[in-house]
Design a protein around this ligand. Sequence first.
Ligand SMILES: NC(=O)c1ccc[n+]([C@@H]2O[C@H](COP(=O)([O-])OP(=O)(O)OC[C@H]3O[C@@H](n4cnc5c(N)ncnc54)[C@H](OP(=O)(O)O)[C@@H]3O)[C@@H](O)[C@H]2O)c1
Length: 368
Amino acid sequence: MAMGELPTIRWGIIATGLISSWFVEDLVLEWQGLKVKHIIQAIGSSSLQKGQDFAAKYCPKQTPQIYDIYGKVYLDNEVDIVYIGTPHGYHYRDCMEAIAAGKNILCEKSFTLNARQAREIFDAARAKNVYVAEAMWLRHRPLYLELKRLLHEEKVIGDVFRANCDFASDIGLENLPATSRYRDLSLGAGSFLDIGVYSLTWIMLALNDRPAGQGQKPHIMAAQTHEDGIEVTTSAILQYPSTSRQGIVTTTNKSSGAPGEVFAAIHGTEGFVEVEGKAPSIPESFTVYPKQKGGSADRCFFKREMWQGQRHEYAPLGRGFVYEAQNTALDVLAGRKESSIMPWAETLYIMEIMDEIRRQGKTIYPGE
Ligand SMILES: NC(=O)c1ccc[n+]([C@@H]2O[C@H](COP(=O)([O-])OP(=O)(O)OC[C@H]3O[C@@H](n4cnc5c(N)ncnc54)[C@H](OP(=O)(O)O)[C@@H]3O)[C@@H](O)[C@H]2O)c1
């Protein structure tokens, strides 16, 4: 279908930081398979100048209305849905204000600071009959969906019984100002909510074969390390009571993993899978290794080249947000109030697990 014939959706962008720039770059990207025309209708920023500079740089062919207060975006009748790209400590405030104005929402991860805030947002959304979804873009990516299908429908490695995922990203914490979202607890500072949520998401993919929102509560053992009151390293073991499957979730913002390396491994009774990429948020490929039949311990332990894996590669498309943007737009245009990929119950499930890991790790945010 020609671009002019596609249904349109009009976005209001809240905040002009890093993630908003990536998201808007993908909104205006033209790609094969595009089913919706995305209009950047409005941009809300703390400053008019920032908003204008953002529009000129990331959506130069569009003519959004620029507002110097987020609230004006919520009140703009020409806006169909708002994308919230503020630090996660503000997601509750920004979602509640947008809902009060009757706006549909796609809100960045971590959705909120805790499950209580998420629950209140969903209650408010239900009362106002608006769409709300957590922007967990990873779950919309073809690589993620295909791996899930291979593991749980085709059972390419038999019964999965354990998985681990590590997200290590050196953010140079010591050089950042106290006002940075990485240092300010009221903005949600800490590695776990910021990037640990990705490690957790891969573990969910591997161990949870139930539909989104119907996952079983795992037993959890967690430890967190803090520096200057900020959580910098988290390790958690999750075990599912009905299957005994185990997952290990680790994260740190003090050190980086090498790009392109394996960041997650999933083991089953008939083999294992490794997932590779720049980071757990930017997967590029996964490799399925069937179990070696009749091999000696020598072959298993010392000769990696003897393992015949099948690699599944996924070429990057934009920054990878195109799928999430399109699925969200189609949901809203169809009048749905929840995403089937990231329904409210799934966000609550993840937030409750994160609450428990933080409870054991003793990470507390202001107001908790
Ligand atoms: N999906 C992903 O891969 C991904 C990647 C990175 C981040 N994120 C999520 O996106 C959110 C934003 O992260 P980011 O990296 O884009 O942050 P960022 O670059 O610091 O930008 C945040 C923006 O929020 C606005 N803001 C309002 N009050 C603020 C305050 N007190 N301090 C800082 N900014 C404030 C600012 O925009 P204005 O001045 O224009 O109002 C700022 O530019 C976080 O929740 C993060 O977890 C997601």
